[in-house]
Design a protein around this ligand. Structure first.
Ligand code: SAM
Length: 417
């Protein structure tokens, strides 16, 4: 099949994205599958003009800050040019009403773009530009419209979401969550990714107060050793991170925590790595996303001495997964016999006779489809079986479901902050 236009969206966070991209362009060109090829995403921003030189079949380059100019790029191609549109403006340029959504139950909503953290391993500040927060009023409008159209769960997105500041009012993430918690029809609100150094007690109190604010929290710690954390420029210590986890769990005891970890950061010793394992053992996250360190262009860590050899990274990663899989399996096994509200997302990937859904704390549950249930319903499921990564169960109530009762008017917490 031939397409008039193929857009390749790219990520540059890890590994060798340019090589992967050139291979993909080569395949498309060889089979003469496309009219125009446009390169979008972080590799477009990172490589810019260079991509045009290396790949004559590419028609245009569109960085993540320039998505709204896709029409302009196509017109320029029509006139025989090969435009390179990269860089960042001071506000989000695209119209959120044009977003094509594939899920009828869950909607992702960007609230802040870019990143100002400059962790020494990370390419994001260079490829996604500086932080730009959307006005809170436009976010509320978008979420209200999603809820009116049947979306039950909203996931707020940002590289450092708790750096959010409304440009008009200065409202922060806690204020935004308070306001969103009052929107009728919305059963669940999640947000990723939080930076530990910016996670304050006010945010914890808002989470504790509103039941349908997610019982799931993604809080990357990256490394368990203070030496490595300092070289990563994370700007918190192991003790501060553990103290934060303690405060969150004291306020929201049923929270399911997940995290990101990097192994084999330059200079990481076996002793440093054991501190990462030790932290994982003491926190016992429900889910762990772990990556072998991958040197990225322009980042300081790529130039650090003592790069860790690939086989050592691989071996450490395997040890880490052995531990985290065992912990996830134990945590899931402890849920067997319990009954949990599950929001139905769609057919189970393994068996179309089963539904797949998620619990309030973002665990995946598969269960046989009872009659009179549909995508978007919340049903109570009794958990009968567990593995490291999923839960299995059977639905208890299949009658008309109700939304969880919203917990009152947003309150002003500033006085106590
Ligand atoms: N802004 C978030 C933060 O700093 O916590 C997430 C950034 S990134 C898109 C997602 C994850 O990729 C990071 O949390 C980190 O664990 C991992 N990552 C980023 N750069 C990496 C690198 N150079 N090598 C390996 N993993 C990396």
């Amino acid at each position: 099949m031939r397409a008039d236009l193929i857009l390749l969206n790219t990520c540059s966070v890890r590994e060798k994205p340019v090589r992967k991209l050139l291979t993909r362009i080569g395949e498309l060109t060889k089979h003469n599958l496309s009219g125009i090829i446009g390169i979008c995403g972080c590799v477009a921003q990172q490589e810019g003009e260079d991509l045009l030189r290396r790949s004559p079949s590419v028609g245009f380059i569109l960085g993540p800050g320039q998505l709204h100019r896709v029409g302009e790029a196509l017109r320029a191609v029509d006139q025989g040019h090969r435009p390179v549109l990269t860089g960042f403006d001071t506000e989000t340029g695209y119209d959120v009403r044009t977003i094509f959504r594939t899920s009828s139950t869950r909607g992702m909503v960007t609230v802040i773009e870019g990143c100002n953290e400059y962790c020494t391993f990370c390419v994001v500040p260079y490829t996604r530009g500086p932080e730009v927060s959307r006005p809170m009023e436009t976010i509320l409008q978008e979420v209200r419209s999603l809820a009116r159209n049947g979306i039950r769960e909203v996931e707020l997105l940002g590289q450092t979401i708790n750096a959010y500041r409304c440009p008009a009012t200065g409202a922060d993430l806690a204020d935004l969550l308070e306001a969103l918690a009052g929107i009728e029809g919305l059963a669940r609100i999640r947000f990723i990714t939080s930076h530990p150094r910016l996670f304050d007690d006010r945010l914890i109190r808002v989470l504790a107060r509103h039941r349908h604010l997610s019982r799931y929290l993604h809080l990357p710690f990256q490394a368990g050793s203070d030496t490595v954390l300092a070289r990563m420029r994370r700007r918190y210590t192991r003790e501060e991170y553990l103290d934060l986890i303690g405060r969150i769990r004291a306020a929201v005891p049923d929270i399911n925590l997940s995290t990101d970890v990097i192994v084999g950061f330059p200079g990481e010793t076996e002793k440093d790595f054991r501190q990462t394992l030790d932290l994982l053992e003491s926190v016992r996250f429900g889910q762990v996303f772990a990556f072998a360190y991958s040197p990225r262009p322009r980042t300081p860590a790529a130039r650090y001495d003592a790069q860790v050899p690939e086989p050592v990274k691989k071996e450490r990663l395997a040890r880490l997964f052995e531990l985290t899989d065992a912990i996830s399996a134990e945590l899931n096994a402890a849920l067997v016999g319990s009954t949990l509200p599950v929001l139905i997302d769609g057919d189970s990937r393994r068996d179309p006779g089963d539904w797949q859904g998620r619990t309030e704390d973002n665990r995946v549950v598969n269960f046989p489809k009872p009659e009179a249930t549909a995508v978007g319903d919340i049903v109570t499921v009794r958990i009968t079986r567990a593995s490291a990564h999923s839960l299995y169960g059977e639905a208890m109530n299949t009658g008309p479901h109700r939304l969880p009762v919203l917990d009152g008017e947003p309150s002003d917490d500033r006085a106590t902050a």
